[in-house]
Write a protein that binds this ligand. Sequence first.
Ligand SMILES: [Zn+2]
Length: 420
Amino acid sequence: MSRLMTPFAIIALSGAGCAAPQRDARPDVVLVIGCTVRWDQTSLAEGGPAGTTPGLEQIAADGVSFDQLIVQAPWTRPSIASLLTGASPEAVGIADPGEGRSDRSLPASALLLSERLREAGYTTLSLSANPNAGPLFGFDQGFDHTQVFAPPWREGVVKTAGEEVVRAALSALEAAPADRPALLQVVLVDTHLPDTSSAAERALFPAESERVSGYRAMLHTLDQQVGALYRGASREGRGRVFAFIGDHGEGLRSPEHHGNGHGRHLYPSAVQVPWVMAGEGIPAGVKVPEVAAGLDLVPTLLSLLDLPGQGLEGVSQVARLRGAPPATDREVYTATWFQDTERAALYAGGWYCTRDFRAATPAGCFDLPGDRDGVNMVQDLARQERLGRAHAAHPAPLWGEEVEVGEAAEGQLRALGYVE
Ligand SMILES: [Zn+2]
């Protein structure tokens, strides 16, 4: 499905009665969101599997890598809502305590990066291989061009290969007006279940289980497409800011108690994802090791573009990239209301705590970086209380609108594991 929201026919006129078009020289923004990208399975991670993500390594070498980035929800819709608004899913109104399913859509009141950039004169292009980040759930707000890749519903075909999405994305950017900057936003799902890797691909990434091997093979496929965008999505004579970020991780039963998919847990396997950026205004070879939030994406991009950012919960990382010292007291909150869960976690320098608020058990706290898996619980009342206070500060969600998803989309969502 593809629809053009408005024609590419807006001509900027210069002032003082002169009718000659004036070229807007600001950089393009290419934002790639990888669905289901677990940090410690990338080759960016210290001790991570070699060779899974050479494309991300290249971007990090040319720019910056955030090595402890925590997203605000462990599944697509609330996490991407938060990434694109700079506000928590609870504040946006998309966090969902649904009975076994989650059909809330992004409210019209949400202010997306696309809306901010279109207001600032950008042409805005959206291509998504995940229906959770498409028009069905309100994610077309602020886009001139929206394209969703939902493969014809047939047995075993539930996701579109990144190669097809990237080809369309490069064409869309090519077709955008040359006299104005563009936002190209692409969502890829190559690493999402079902496992579409071949035996030959899995053999390149041996691991403790077939599931992990398959995941690494799919991650490598995704990375190749990110690399293709990184090399291809730039226009002659125009600068560019390129960003890749994950929306959440994956349990992979590695270890077993993290589960197989995503949505219910808040261990690092579920909420720590890569964020790499390179391009105009971004120095090369910077590593940010301290905890940062998915909420920081929008303020950082706006700050790189010298655009104002009101109503944002995150912080711009631009000063940090340019040499400012790290904040030492940052605490990052994340939560999930996925299919009857109510779980929250707090990440800080050197530790994290996670708690099931529907169970009588207290929060489990663990040391970082040593106990990412969460096996040696540390009794720390002060940390448990900080998580309790953070949870109270993110009150019961302001529910977004429930949408009718329709049979075809429901089949796809079910196959992706979003409907029980
Ligand atoms: Zn996702």
